[in-house]
Design a protein around this ligand. Structure first.
Ligand SMILES: [Zn+2]
Length: 251
């Protein structure tokens, strides 16, 4: 069971996790990747003992990785009950999407100003890999690359706090999609990603922002966050009964 801790297949891709590569970075990156790929279901218990065994590291290292994920709001640390993968409520999901739109807008505007030719090439290469992953049926990799495209774009914007917000928002978006998407799980459109890169390369801020907002609308529209969604609000669930005075809900 205690296999050696392997670095991620493509460690240099996403932010700090791959680059530094201490043990807790690697554990963090594996869990982050599983969340991005929507392989780890919202609400899953993250037992320190089980993870320690799987990764062959101490519980202290697992705790460090989990605490970083908690900081990004994708893991909840519950006192005395251990960690779980977050399962955002409808209201939390709405808040994440609202913030994501703000952050994506700012990132797009800054990327139009600051993205270098090299960064644009890397982004294009990433979108090609994303398309290839889907066409060979590797959905997990495709979905992960979709998310990583948005992280890479944040890096191209050249603003460190935005990169950090974006990491949290992109991984939370993956959890929300895993939890609320109706029908088959979908993903970003790589055609839309390509069009975005074209507009950024043309330094056309208005067009780039408009494409990005359109792209966000598409992600929103695939989710089932409207009134038909399951709810944890008892009054909302039974509102049809409450409207009728004859039905008593007291008992
Ligand atoms: Zn996208």
């Amino acid at each position: 069971m205690n296999e050696q801790l392997q670095p991620l297949k493509k460690p240099a891709r996403v932010g700090k996790a791959g680059r530094s590569g201490t043990q807790d970075d690697i554990v963090y990156a594996h869990i982050f990747e599983a969340i991005l790929e929507q392989r780890l279901a919202p609400g899953t218990k993250l037992s320190e003992e089980a993870l320690g065994e799987i990764f062959g590291v101490s519980r202290t290292i697992i705790r460090r990785a989990l605490s970083r994920l908690a900081h990004e709001s994708v893991v909840l640390l519950r006192p005395n009950r251990g960690a779980v993968v977050a399962s955002p409520t409808v209201e939390e999901a709405r808040q994440v999407f609202f913030s994501r739109r703000m952050v994506e807008r700012a990132i797009t505007e800054l990327a139009v100003q600051h993205a270098t030719a090299e960064q644009l090439n890397e982004l294009r290469q990433m979108v090609r890999e994303e398309r290839d992953s889907f066409s060979r049926g590797d959905r997990g990799a495709g979905i992960r690359l979709s998310g990583e495209f948005h992280l890479k774009l944040a890096e191209a914007a050249g603003n460190a706090p935005l990169v950090s917000f974006q990491r949290s928002l992109v991984s939370q978006t993956s959890l929300i999609i895993a939890q609320y998407e109706s029908g088959t799980r979908s993903h970003c459109s790589y055609d839309e990603h390509m069009q975005l890169i074209d507009a950024i390369e043309a330094r056309d801020a208005q067009q780039a922002v408009s494409l990005m907002m359109h792209h966000m609308d598409h992600i929103d529209s695939k989710l089932n966050l409207d009134e038909e969604s399951a709810s944890d609000d008892l009054h909302a669930v039974f509102s049809h009964l409450l409207k009728k005075p004859k039905v008593s809900v007291k008992g």
